[in-house]
Design a protein around this ligand. Structure first.
Ligand SMILES: [Zn+2]
Length: 370
């Protein structure tokens, strides 16, 4: 039997051993090997948090002022730009990283299945989404920005008309704030992930009156919106449907529901592209009807291509519904934790793993109301 000393003494074997040693020493520099090492820095998990909020109170001193008719509603349902900045800092400090919602599921045989998302070791995945990003014309000049625009350098900016003058800013709304944060902390975003904008259509999108009912300057508005959409997409932002008219799902008739879906497809999907994610208005959902069968409305949602359905809940939930074992057709469902003035104040314990509400709360501006 050969022993090791014999092999080393053998001239040919000596050369082979030296060659193998060199191969191992330089392994990290070879494409395949370095890929293997880099992959070790990640793990895969389906334990994903999903937070959402609304458009920010960009001018909280206006939004929460005594003479503002919306102040109580804003104080309850929204957060200020300062609070959003604080939340990002806290999430980052607590090892959360942004992931793309579309990477959290896969489609097999036409059905959505939970998928594991790639996260750096030591980090926790989080999805952030934003509801009702239309800058409703009824709310103009009450404390939010007017619209998202592209500035002269082609970058996303915020436009607000204040006392008759257009003001461009970069630090008042979630898009710019998140872009700036990721610029400073690139590791907060996994594979370039950003947030998801959950859009209705009844009053246009992103501050542009792109709805069919706008008979004044619809084409112009559509063209401007498209430029912003293109830039948002290039940066990694994604879109979801939040219905066309922000209805109550239980109250609307099936035929009106179908019209809704078609309007969203015609007026919003035509601009932002198709999406598999549906975000229920008011978090009100219906998958089975009173007779215990899959409801007609849910079937319509599926017909229109939606695969992942998002509700609202302070408990983390990402699983299949309905629980009823007799119904074999399951729907992938993800709850979202609402981040607003109410939860910042009253859900401190539930939010504790994500951030310290005390470090987030905008005491100075909120004191205008409380
Ligand atoms: Zn909404």
């Amino acid at each position: 039997m050969y022993n090791f000393t014999y092999l080393i003494n053998n001239k040919i074997m000596k050369k082979i051993v030296i060659f193998l040693l060199i191969l191992i020493l330089f392994a990290p520099f070879y494409g395949n090997f370095s890929f293997a090492l880099a992959e070790d820095k990640f793990y895969y998990t389906d334990n994903v948090e999903h937070l959402f909020t609304h458009c920010l109170l960009a001018y909280p001193e206006t939004a929460l002022a005594k003479n503002n008719e919306m102040r109580l509603h804003y104080n309850q349902d929204c957060i200020t730009h300062n609070e959003f900045k604080n939340i990002l800092k806290e999430l980052y400090k607590n090892d959360y990283v942004l992931v793309d919602i579309n990477k959290c599921f896969k489609i097999e045989d036409g059905k959505a299945l939970k998928d594991k998302v790639k996260v750096p070791v030591g980090k926790k995945p989080i999805i952030f989404s934003f509801d009702d990003v239309n800058y409703d014309h009824k709310k103009l000049h009450l404390g939010m920005i007017d619209k998202l625009i592209l500035d002269e350098n082609g970058e996303i900016a915020e436009l607000t008309n204040i006392n008759g003058k257009d003001k461009i800013t970069y630090d008042r709304e979630f898009v710019c704030i998140m872009e700036d944060f990721i610029k400073k902390h690139p590791d907060f975003s996994v594979d370039g992930a950003r947030g998801t904008l959950n859009l209705t259509g009844y009053d246009g999108i992103l501050g542009y009156r792109t709805q069919k009912k706008n008979l004044e300057n619809r084409e112009e508005e559509i063209n401007s919106a498209k430029k912003v959409i293109e830039k948002l997409k290039a940066n990694g932002w994604t879109f979801a449907s939040h219905s066309y008219g922000h209805y109550h799902m239980k109250k609307i008739s099936t035929s009106a529901f179908k019209e809704e879906l078609q309007s969203w497809k015609d007026e919003v999907e035509s601009l932002v592209g198709s999406t598999k994610v549906y975000v229920y208005p008011y978090g009100e959902w219906e998958i089975i009807d009173d007779s215990g069968e899959i409801s007609e409305k849910h079937k319509l949602l599926e017909e229109y291509g939606f695969k992942l359905f998002c509700g609202v809940g302070m408990q983390q939930f990402y699983s299949y519904l309905p629980f009823n074992k007799n119904i074999k057709e399951k729907t992938l469902f993800m709850d979202r934790k609402v981040i607003d003035g109410f939860t910042l104040k009253n859900r401190t314990t539930a939010l504790k793993p994500l951030f310290d509400t005390n470090a987030v709360y905008d005491y100075a501006n909120r004191s205008l109301v409380n």
